[in-house]
Ligand binder design. Sequence first.
Ligand SMILES: C[S@@+](CC[C@H](N)C(=O)[O-])C[C@H]1O[C@@H](n2cnc3c(N)ncnc32)[C@H](O)[C@@H]1O
Ligand code: SF4
Length: 470
Amino acid sequence: MPTATSIPVTSLHATPSPLPPPGAPTSPLELLLKYDKPVPRYTSYPTAAKFHSGVGAVDLAGQLARPSEEPLSLYVHVPFCRHACWYCGCNRITTQLGSKVVAPYLESLAQELALIAGLLPQRRRLAQLHWGGGTPNYLNAEEQSQLWNLVSRHFDLEPDLEASIEVNPEFIDREQAFHLRGLGFNRISFGIQDADPDVQQAVNRVVPVEQLRRVMGWLREAKFESVNVDLICGLPRQTPERFRTTLELVRELRPERISLFSFAYLPEQLPLQRKIAAADLPSQRQRLVMLDEASQLLAAAGYDAIGMDHYALASDSLAIAAREGRLHRNFQGYTTGGDYDLLGVGPSAISQFPNLFSQNQRQLKGYNAALVAGQLPVERGLAVLDPEVLERRALIREVMCHFRVELELARFATEWADLQALAADGLVSLSQNGDLGLVEVTHDGRWLIRTIAAVFDPAQRQQASGSRLI
Ligand SMILES: C[S@@+](CC[C@H](N)C(=O)[O-])C[C@H]1O[C@@H](n2cnc3c(N)ncnc32)[C@H](O)[C@@H]1O
Ligand code: SF4
């Protein structure tokens, strides 16, 4: 395995590719600059930007009332955090009140789950359970047990249930790690973001490297089957040198999965991010160098690149699913097989069915008020019935999950024409087989995977929206 000093500073020009036409961008950076406009992350299609208040509790109730023998996936949102990390774009509430806010919140969740269970024509099985946030380990051990029992009161947990939880490593200890494992969680994820003390200070999230090492030790001791760590590229005061140290730590900790997010800097929408000075942010070139180095270092350490921003050890189920073409994408990112209906509970949680999205009230106050009135706390959503939209969803998913897609040329002539321009820039290679066109994403195209997927999204043709590419 290469050591920190053996990692190339940059290999942005190292990938052999066919000679570009005159005037075409020649490096990944130039390509990124050329295509640098907002694009959705396509955790869903249509995206959440299309949700509207015409969809409400009645629609979700109608969906829940349909009989089904299929198992479900359940997402439980825990919105509380002890302090605010300045980069954070998650739906969360910073409070020191602990059990004073958690106890009434568990009551609300109990009401919401009882309402849902009352609408289901039969008791349903759970194949996947995920607690996200916010910070699910804001709850103490007793509260965690209560929430687990609440879920199992209403659903049958499958014997091979995938149960995952997000935790903040600052507040976890050995006892809590064993408690969570004992409850039944087999997957766990914690945020590192960046291990450099200076970067950590610049985002108001200081977790010493020693604590990160201890946390990983406890999770291994407690025998979690899969550990994920979150990293963010593009944070203030981050440099390729500093980020390399973070990557070295990750290689040492050797989690099964790594999520490497690009920092979404949206100070207009997220007031807390205004504490971060734009002048402290790394340049696009530095960001690209960091992402490129990460991809090389992780490949050398035995990780497969999954989709656009995830990595998994080749032996991990996510990497196996990717190799076998069974990858899916939902609001939590990439998942293995099983395209289950997703039920989301808690404020801002999204439920996803083949023909319906519904999102809960985003503010805790509105969420509680709906439940007090005995109603499902739905704020907005989207019905998706048009076969063409469903077909576009399938095409976008193929691009995002499998880096290749086949399409009927006669029906997608506009898209095929747009793809020619991307092919000229070396982002995709195109071939034809009778009436079918095959699109394959190239190595350089990987960084622009969302731009390639956006070819199939007519809304992007009219007006670009989403977040920056990297
Ligand atoms: C709910 S948090 C993870 C759990 C836990 N609260 C923690 O802090 O470790 C979800 C993840 O979203 C990512 N994230 C949050 N805000 C982001 C932003 N503005 N840009 C990119 N990634 C972001 C971070 O990597 C974070 O770990
Ligand atoms: S990163 Fe995690 S702990 Fe920090 S504010 Fe966001 S949700 Fe809370």
